[in-house]
Design a protein around this ligand. Structure first.
Ligand SMILES: [Zn+2]
Length: 225
């Protein structure tokens, strides 16, 4: 799905703050026309309603191609326009969003389904276009590296969830075993007391019945597990 939201931007010229409709995520499989317009740069500028100045939209966009299995965090700024400090800051934030997005995505679609995905950060639309072309032949170095990192993060969180499930199951069976032990203890106590109190010439018959009862109850208890 292509997700449409409203965002506020400040005019570079007259400083007026105004609201524009904005596609926070774009899915070329579901809405190919919107994806085409996005790649054309139709959404990267928004004219100010007061002074008509054409402002750049800096909000990042998620480009999610379900057919090619690509998950790309698209930043508005091209690499050329960034200083080293800005680049590392912007990239750090983008990686964070990429990771949290990929995790949410894998929870939604299942871990197995997103392991075949490629993950990337694009610095501007030209970089995105370049990445899309390279994705067809295995992906750029940057895409490969990021994909590797995201996959290992997904594996880690998958292991964590599996371990938590195991712990819960262990805890449950521990509680269950405890109740079974208590039940057996009470049974032996009552039966033993009964035989001792009422022992007589019938004792051998009673012992036989007791053993038979134990065997029957045990087989019932274990077959239910
Ligand atoms: Zn303005």
């Amino acid at each position: 799905m292509s997700r449409k939201v409203n965002i506020n931007i400040e005019c570079e010229n007259c400083k007026k703050i105004y609201s524009i409709p904005f596609y926070a995520s774009i899915n070329p499989k579901v809405t190919p026309d919107i994806a085409k317009r996005f790649l054309n740069g139709d959404f990267s500028k928004a004219a100010c309603p007061s002074c008509n100045h054409s402002n750049t939209v800096f909000e990042p966009v998620l480009y999610h191609d379900m057919k090619k299995e690509l998950w790309i965090h698209v930043l508005a700024l091209p690499l050329k326009s960034m200083s080293n400090e800005v680049f590392s800051e912007v990239t750090k934030n983008a990686v964070k969003r990429l990771f949290s997005g990929a995790r949410a995505h894998s929870k939604m679609l299942g871990y197995e389904n997103v392991k075949s995905y490629k993950y990337d950060i694009a610095y501007g639309i030209e970089d995105l276009k370049d990445g899309l072309i390279k994705a067809d032949s295995g992906g750029s170095k940057k895409m490969k590296k990021l994909t590797e990192n995201v996959h290992s993060a997904i594996n880690e969180s998958e292991d964590k969830i599996k371990n938590e499930d195991k712990k819960t199951a262990k805890g449950e069976s521990k509680v269950k075993n405890k109740y079974i032990s208590i039940a057996w203890f009470l049974f032996y106590l009552v039966a033993g007391t009964y035989f001792i109190v009422t022992s007589g010439w019938l004792l051998p018959v009673k012992i036989f019945i007791f053993i038979a009862l134990v065997l029957i109850l045990k087989s019932v208890a274990f077959s239910k597990k």
